[in-house]
Design a protein around this ligand. Structure first.
Ligand code: LRH
Ligand code: MN
Ligand code: MN
Length: 424
């Protein structure tokens, strides 16, 4: 389904008085805010195709109604999100869950919804029905060359699907690792993985990037062959200039200083992309900003500082994606909440007075450094983010409009109550 433009306009005009008061006050108070609005309009966050259905845990999955039945439905859902918030103009596909039967048709559909194809994701963490060799003991790291070959060829096939759709990057997340001490020779597993990645790298089109995603543990619980940013950076450095590290917020050990990791990866020119989510313990599927919004802000603070230092374009020079999908909320509302939290953290980090911060750092005025950061973080930037939505032709209050229009009910009427989407 699509939202008729007049519905959005009507919603916006109902909220306009209140919004105008809030935004004019904000602009008066913050002289730098004018430039920030355009940056917010330009900033797009890719939606992973697997987040549109109800996610699950390894204990079970409780489906919601009206979930996407196929790739076309998934694109339609992202089109809806993009209509509502103006910031979800890209999709990240996963092969084989999203193999397009007709790439041209899918490309045209995405184009008509104003969506771009962000990074393609390969899958060598599950066995597929028609597959010859099993990934039970790894894929690119496997001791058996036949398994490695199969996994390499799968990644090359994913690149080809991506080329047909206009994507420009491949994300490789490996479940490879070991569950028990002694199961694996770490050095040899690393070498085999690197050799496999080299073959995939050699198949990248000239204008493509490869992102090497790390994860501390799960599904392997003793070692992971791309376990942390150091290991990912080693692979990316050895592979070459088209290879980058991908940071997924939920893939760290508890309390890791992710903002410092981000800063150093940027310094090295090796940060490629981001997967946003939040977590309390060791999970990686909760709504971005739902638990640690200050950490999200601190990460964005380093991103903005580091990207500006390197003259990078915030909107286009890194891959931004949500990677979260859980059991208990409407997936579309959940994604709207994640995007909102990300936009707010970005807006707050753009408000940081960098000149004052630098000066305070030079004289060790630690209290002032903290004041400067917290002042930006404590600023209520919701009017700013809403103004960016308004200028993009989207809704002032996306979730309220989603509910007023009964979008979920309409999706259920259209698709049925029991629909099954492939995904994690
Ligand atoms: C597993 C994971 C990973 C990938 C995705 C496909 O942890 O969430 O982050 O990006 O699956
Ligand atoms: Mn991820
Ligand atoms: Mn993950």
């Amino acid at each position: 389904m699509r939202l008729e433009k007049y519905r959005i306009d009507q919603h916006n005009s109902e909220l306009d008085d209140k919004h105008q008061k809030r935004i004019s006050f904000f602009l008066e108070e913050n002289t730098s805010a004018k430039n920030i609005i355009q940056k917010l309009v330009d900033f797009q966050i890719a939606i992973p195709s697997w987040a549109l259905g109800t996610g699950g845990t390894r204990f079970g999955r409780f489906s919601g109604g009206g979930e996407p039945r196929n790739l076309e439905d998934k694109l339609m859902d992202i089109g809806l999100l993009h209509q509502l918030n103006g910031s979800s103009g890209a999709v990240s596909l996963h092969i084989p869950w999203d193999i397009p039967s007709d790439a041209e048709k899918i490309k045209n559909l995405a184009g008509s919804l104003n969506l771009k194809f962000d990074a393609m994701n390969s899958n060598t963490f599950q066995d597929q029905a028609a597959q010859e060799f099993s990934y039970k003991f790894g894929s690119l790291q496997h001791v058996d060359e036949n398994v490695r070959r199969q996994a390499i060829e799968h990644n090359i096939e994913v690149i080809k699907h991506g080329e047909a759709l206009g994507s420009k990057s491949l994300t490789v997340w490996l479940a490879d690792g070991s569950c028990f001490p002694g199961q694996l020779n770490f050095r040899e597993a690393f070498q085999r993985t690197l050799d496999s990645l080299r073959e995939i790298y050699a198949a990248l089109p000239t204008d493509w990037k490869i992102f090497v995603e790390y994860k501390a543990y799960e599904p392997n619980f003793y070692s992971t062959t791309v376990g942390d940013w150091g290991q990912s950076l080693l692979y990316a450095t050895k592979l070459g200039e088209k290879a980058f590290t991908l940071v997924d917020l939920g893939h760290h050990l508890p309390n890791a200083n992710i903002e410092q990791i981000v800063s150093l990866l940027l310094m090295e020119g090796k940060l490629g992309g981001f997967h946003f989510n939040d977590s309390k313990y060791g999970d990686d599927d909760l709504t971005a900003g739902s638990l640690k919004p200050y950490q999200l802000f601190l990460i964005f603070n380093e991103l903005v500082e580091g990207m500006d230092a390197r003259g990078m374009n915030h909107a286009t020079d890194l891959g931004w994606m949500i990677d979260a999908s859980h059991n208990v909320k409407d997936p579309l509302e959940d994604l709207l909440q994640s995007v909102e939290a990300i936009m707010m953290a970005y807006a707050q980090s753009l408000l940081v007075d960098r000149t004052a911060l630098k000066a305070a750092q030079q004289v060790h005025d630690v209290a002032l450094c903290q004041e400067i950061l917290q002042h930006a973080h404590r600023t209520d930037v919701r009017p700013l983010v809403a103004e960016a939505r308004l200028r993009a032709g989207a809704a002032l209050d996306p979730i309220a409009l989603f509910r007023t229009l009964d979008v979920r009910k309409k999706l259920i009427d259209e698709r049925g109550l029991k629909t099954v989407a492939t995904g994690l």
